[in-house]
Design a protein around this ligand. Sequence first.
Ligand SMILES: [Zn+2]
Length: 280
Amino acid sequence: MKHIIFFLLTISVSHAFTLNNNFGASFKKNKVKVAIAEDSICTGITADELESLIGPAVNDFWNEVPTSRLRLKPSGFAKRIITADINTARLCSPTDSVCIADATTKGQPLLPPVDGIVISCNSTADNYSASSVIAVTVPNSFSGKKIAGAVILINDSGNFKNLSHSDRIGVIAHEIGHAIGLGHAENKEPEALMYYKTVDLRRSLGEDDIRGVTYLYPVKIDACGLMDSLVASTVVMKKDDDDEGSGGTPFWQMGIGLFFFVILSEILRLLKRREARPAF
Ligand SMILES: [Zn+2]
């Protein structure tokens, strides 16, 4: 009953986006919190300045895509992790046995799985493939193809602190792209935010980024959703909470719902008129 009408927007055109982990993992929730680690310490940038980048990094980029059901929510500061110092701990995917073994050998505490997207600075060189790397992102909490949490570490010894405000936003938006499941766009898409060479220069998503996020988070419309749309448009907007589910109903979905409603009403009206006509 749930999914009588099911629109899955497939990506049929050619694309250059890749997936962060090669198996198409995406966040289980449609609404994902993005927060700065409460105890994050960065060289040359305050925690409040870092926090102020989240809003534009999600609202001017990933939350702008009408064909994606994912909505990222700036959520201030995330509670301090007790078991490891996020400024120095090692970040490994739970499935990366090489990383985990290396951290164990070196006596480096591992960052535990997080909920949502957590951002921090971190000065441990082993977390970055090269000293020039500005940031790294690893989904470190997932089950099968469903991500529950991801960590973004800004290389405290890297160039982030020297970037302009706009460029910092571009970097955070790019790393959030990794956190939600995207890899780097291939060379034929240099205008993409997820193209690794032009990360900091981007001020909006490219077409390929839009195709990528739509592939991972396609908008679904079901019969209940259409009814919700009609009810929501006439009675009250749905509560904007953080629960898993379809979230608020975009206006374009309401439009489609209204369109079907009007067509159905018109057909019923015509049928009634026909029945009411006297027989000749
Ligand atoms: Zn990247």
